[in-house]
Design a protein around this ligand. Structure first.
Ligand code: NDP
Length: 341
């Protein structure tokens, strides 16, 4: 049974080969089903756009499940309950959850969590207090294991993961070097976030600049991008360096192996002789620590010890172009779509 209500949604129209393009997405209208007992109708207020969604568009090979052709794109949202037949959720509640790129969603409540608007603006549940924040906190503390006086390097340093990694590194007494795309992002990383140094990876002299910025080598490299940033970091990593492998956004649209010589043997030899810890992780690996993360990061936020920045796009129709831009570094801060007021 359907109600008279209509949701707008963005579906996967075709799978990209290489970088995604606008025609890979289609906006369409869909009738909403009549609410059944135990269900709620959610109005989407905020949609989070995240690099991992590129993997949803492919046929295989990613850690998160694909989106089928013609299906709505998936993502984390903050929503308002506008109708309820659910025992624990009432009209007006603000919730976050893993839903869809759409204006309204019918949910049975699974995975929804009430958002407390007194801790921070509700959109923070998708950034510093949400999945990207948890990624930074757990990846750095469990795998990076920062110690006072060590040198920590992080790329995508103005984004939601990298910005928090660097700020937590500072709270642990590290010397923090951020790598970001462009002068404005680099200025933000040092002047607003308090990193010691920021380097522009669009500058071809990055390897030389990084060497000068890290005279004692690199103890922790929080890997967010891969590509030419990794190439600049690799020769500078110290014995016993820790490398949390969080993301490889520079490669998400690759259609084959990179040009140039195979460097796998050189990498494995360095892992052996320099006794590096290289560990990939998915944020959910550390779900048992989610309460520690929420407690610590909420406290740091409220004490003014950490900052964050949102990049807000207005309207669901603009989500595809914003997502395409995210993979090219056009965002400046946590990329959010304001779906409704
Ligand atoms: P961001 O908002 O920081 O966006 C990605 C950024 O990556 C861009 O803004 C751009 O920043 C940078 N970038 C893109 N292409 C390149 C390139 N070719 N070379 C160098 N930098 C590039 O993203 P998030 O903070 O949300 O995510 C950061 C990383 O963490 C991603 O790889 C993501 O997939 C990963 N991640 C992993 C999780 C996990 O569970 N393992 C969970 C969440 C995120 P700039 O302009 O500064 O270069």
């Amino acid at each position: 049974m359907t109600s008279s209500r209509i949701a707008e949604q963005i579906v996967l129209a075709s799978r990209p080969r290489g970088e995604p393009r606008p025609e890979n997405f289609k906006m369409q209208q869909t009738p909403l089903p009549t609410l059944q007992p135990g269900q709620v109708l959610l109005q989407t207020l905020w949609l989070s756009l995240d690099p991992y969604m590129r993997g949803h568009m492919d046929d295989g090979g990613s850690y998160s499940p694909r989106v089928q052709l013609g299906e709505a794109m998936k993502g984390d949202t903050v929503s308002r309950v506008v109708e309820s037949r659910h025992a624990d959720l009432k009209v007006g509640d603000i919730v976050d959850g893993y839903n869809f790129w759409e204006t309204f969603t019918v949910s049975n409540g699974t995975g929804l969590r009430k958002v407390d608007p007194d801790v921070a603006p509700i959109s923070a549940a998708l950034g510093v207090l949400g999945m990207p924040g948890q990624t930074a906190y757990t990846g750095l503390l469990n795998i990076g294991r920062p110690k006072e006086g060590e040198t920590l390097v992080v790329a995508a340093a103005s984004g939601p993961v990298g910005s928090l990694v660097g700020q937590i590194g500072k709270l642990h007494g590290c010397r923090v070097v951020g790598v970001a795309g462009g002068a404005e992002k680099c200025r933000y990383v040092t002047e607003e976030l308090g990193f010691d140094i920021a380097l522009d990876h669009l500058d071809t002299s990055l390897p030389e600049q990084l060497r000068c910025a890290c005279p004692d080598g690199i103890d922790i490299y929080f890997e967010n991008v891969g590509g030419h940033v990794w190439n600049a970091v690799f020769p500078l990593l110290n014995d016993f360096a820790r490398i949390p492998v969080c993301g490889l956004v520079a490669h998400y649209s690759d259609v084959g192996p990179p040009d140039g010589p195979d460097r796998l043997v050189a990498f494995m030899r360095a892992v052996l002789t320099k006794r590096w810890t290289v560990q990939g992780f998915i944020v959910s690996d550390f779900d048992p620590q989610i309460e520690d993360f929420r407690r610590d990061v909420s406290a740091w936020l409220q004490a003014g010890k950490i900052k964050y920045r949102d990049d807000i796009v207005e309207g669901l129709a603009n989500a595809p172009m914003a997502f395409i831009g995210l993979l090219k570094g056009r965002n400046f801060g946590k990329l959010l779509v304001r779906v409704s007021q």
